[in-house]
Design a protein around this ligand. Structure first.
Ligand SMILES: [Zn+2]
Length: 365
């Protein structure tokens, strides 16, 4: 790509980001967050001020409306150097070794792509949308393609417990330990905390670089674990994950950088792992069911007794009734599997079904 085209694309990404911040300010000031109402409020002004093509003005409005869908208490600012492209703003020409055509504020720009064999193969599939990302290293294009998911019949559930001490434990015996992961996460968190307190600007830059490195490592590790687990599943198996509150699973992006919440990164790692499991299973045609996590750490998989003392320590489960003993995370995975099989028919004590009630072991009352 020549310098002129690069400047056109860069200028458009900058204009898109400024437009998002402008729309966000308008939406917040007027308390108007509905995409259609917001369109009437800002569309003409955005076109006139930022000279964005119609499609990009709509994409900017969509990004702002989506951002305010859940949290509307404070003004949202947009600092990501990226813009969303639909099939009118972006097209992929396969005939001439993968060339893309992208709409900018100064007409369309055509450019070749730097691709490996893996990407070339994927790009043979129908393209759905893309986003253009501006980084220090240059311009990057993230392209979404559609592909057929194999349909598999599955009747055998595999319970999956995700956590920090053991990142992933499956009822099929798959285990991924969290030890090295915890060490790296502690390093990441301490970098963030130091960043938030003091330091010269060069020290801050160095810490930021280190924190980004930990983050990349964490992401890669989670990808590897989720892929290995999905590969460990046999034909006819599906997975049962615990249902987490929407607030946890919807916040899938970067970890919270707030220095007051160092534990946020752990929550991020878990929700990220759950999200990876869910889409990797979808890609492999493995169904995923979500079951209630209630009492999964307190229920004995052998005799069904639910008691808080069954969980002796973070790692050890020993049933107060029958003495069944195993790793606590593995027990949770077994219980999730049981939930998927149709619930806990054996647990019929009336005081066992309400959350927060101290449950007695079977036969003790
Ligand atoms: Zn038991």
């Amino acid at each position: 790509m020549d310098k002129k085209d690069f400047e056109k694309l860069k200028g458009t990404v900058d204009a898109f980001q400024s437009a998002c911040n402008y729309i966000s300010q308008m939406a917040f000031n007027k308390g108007c967050f509905d995409p259609i109402a917001l369109h009437a409020l800002v569309y003409q002004k955005v076109r006139a001020i930022f000279k964005l093509p119609a499609g990009l003005a709509i994409q900017a409005r969509n990004r702002v409306a989506e951002s305010y869908r859940q949290h509307r208490e404070k003004l949202h600012t947009f600092s990501r150097n990226s813009m969303a492209l639909d099939d009118r703003l972006f097209s992929l020409l396969r005939s001439r070794d993968f060339t893309v055509s992208i709409a900018t504020i100064k007409g369309r720009v055509k450019s070749g792509l730097v691709l490996g064999e893996y990407q070339r193969k994927i790009l043979e599939k129908p393209v759905k949308s893309a986003s253009l990302i501006l980084r220090k290293a240059g311009l990057f294009l993230k392209i979404c393609v559609a592909y057929d998911v194999p349909h598999k019949e599955a009747a055998v559930p595999v319970g999956v417990d995700v956590g920090i001490r053991k990142l992933l434990v499956g009822s099929n015996g798959f285990t991924a330990c969290g030890g090295p992961f915890m060490v790296r996460m502690d390093q990441y968190e301490s970098h963030l905390q130091t960043l938030g307190t003091k330091g010269t600007s060069s020290a801050k830059r160095r810490l930021k670089r280190l924190a980004r490195k930990e983050l990349r490592w964490a992401r890669t590790t989670l990808h590897q674990i989720s892929r290995r687990f999905v590969e460990s599943l046999k034909d006819g198996e599906y997975i049962a994950l615990e249902e987490l509150p929407e607030t946890k699973t919807s916040d899938i992006g970067k970890p919270c950088k707030c220095k007051d919440h160092p534990a946020a990164f752990r929550g991020w790692a878990i929700s990220r792992l759950l999200s990876m499991l869910s889409y990797k299973c979808a890609g492999a045609g493995v169904p995923v069911v979500y079951v209630s996590p209630d009492f999964t750490s307190q229920r004995c998989p052998r005799c069904s007794t639910i008691h808080k003392n069954n969980r002796r320590t973070q790692a050890l489960f020993r049933c107060v009734n029958c003495g069944f003993q195993h790793n606590a995370d593995y027990v949770a995975a077994l219980n999730l599997r049981e939930q998927a099989r149709g619930g806990w028919a054996a647990v019929s004590q009336p005081h066992a079904v309400h959350k927060g009630v101290d449950c007695k072991p079977l036969g003790s009352s």
